[in-house]
Write a protein of this length. Structure first.
Length: 116
């Protein structure tokens, strides 16, 4: 005889769900060199990271256009990231437009270079 037991998501976990642990697992997958990350030369160090195109292009007051990239990198590789700082990545120099630490583990750093 089969018992018909009530099954719910909460019944699957013996402890309360911890979102931060899930994010940690996702970051490990995201930063895996076999998945999405690649080795980049960042300020003369070879580090794993992900570089994507920023979805926005902006025009500055002097009429020059800027194009941007977004660097995703683990917190353990970054001592500090602040707007206005220069960063050399793969032979090109960028300026940090914005930097945000996500879940205390990964930086999302918006990089800008003038296309003039």
């Amino acid at each position: 005889m089969v018992r018909n037991e009530e099954c719910s998501i909460t019944a699957l976990y013996s402890e309360p769900y911890d979102f931060s642990l899930s994010v940690h697992d996702d970051i490990d997958t995201f930063m895996n060199l076999k998945e999405f990350a690649a080795i980049h030369e960042i300020d003369s160090k070879k580090l794993p990271g992900i570089i994507t195109l920023d979805s926005k292009n902006t025009i500055q007051q002097d009429g020059t256009y800027t194009r941007g990239l977004v660097l995703w990198i683990q917190d353990s590789y970054v001592s500090r990231a602040e707007p206005g700082m220069q960063v050399r990545i793969d032979g090109s120099t960028y300026v940090i437009g914005n930097a945000r630490l996500i879940q205390g583990e990964m930086w999302r750093i918006e990089l800008v270079i003038a296309d003039g």
